[in-house]
Design a protein around this ligand. Sequence first.
Ligand code: ADP
Ligand code: MG
Length: 256
Amino acid sequence: MALLRLENVTRYFGGLAAAKNVSFEVQSGQIVGLIGPNGSGKTTCFNLVSGIYAPSEGHIYFNDALISGLPQHEIAAKGVARTFQISSYFPALTALDNVVTAHHTRLHSGLIAGIFQPGRTLREEAEALEHSRELLQFVGLEKRYRIVANALASAEQRRLMIAMALATRPRLLLLDEPGAGMTKDEQSKLTDLIFKVRDTGITIVLVEHHMRLIMGICDRIVVLSGGEKIAEGTPAEIQANEIVIEAYLGRSAAHA
Ligand code: ADP
Ligand code: MG
């Protein structure tokens, strides 16, 4: 089943089409790579799926329901989570508090409920704390609960952002360059973590420049260039695709 479907999605910024007539599907349970040169529209696609921007044209379906045009929090509540290329945690909060905070997008109790139903709020807070510990353990940060995010190593900060995205219990996780700045060893640990996330039943779309990581992990790959999809296929098909080699892999393979 296609969990995510983009149909002829276009997004203009002024005169520039950051995404142009992009169509692809992500099957439930798969890991799909979204690759292409800098500025090819990868992050824009994530922004469109997660509702930061609405498409200028076209439609996006999640679990067969139209999500394009919905506000961000409604799309998140349906089960779409993402990480960002840039640091997106509270630098002065501990790892644990960052993940607890990430839960609050999903907690039912707001301030009003907190006043009228204090029992329920306390229970939800306790559950969020417990789940946060489990998530930090899941991403390999169980010894780092009390460290402020700022003081974590950069590979640890990337893991923290994954734990924060998982706090919302998503069905689809969009990872935007989770391996940026990682050594080969850190990348292979990241690969293990991504497989572990997939094995819990979460579908993944992965933007990455490290070709070793992408080719070793993805079931399918979608290639963008200049906002347009130029190819789609298995890692083997993409590595052998002349158009992709010309537009992207030729250069990137040289410094991968
Ligand atoms: P990628 O993630 O593949 O590197 P992006 O999706 O970030 O590429 O950007 C694609 C193109 O769209 C770039 O030319 C970028 O400058 C432009 N772009 C993206 N977001 C905006 C925005 N909010 N306003 C104006 N231009 C944007
Ligand atoms: Mg990007």
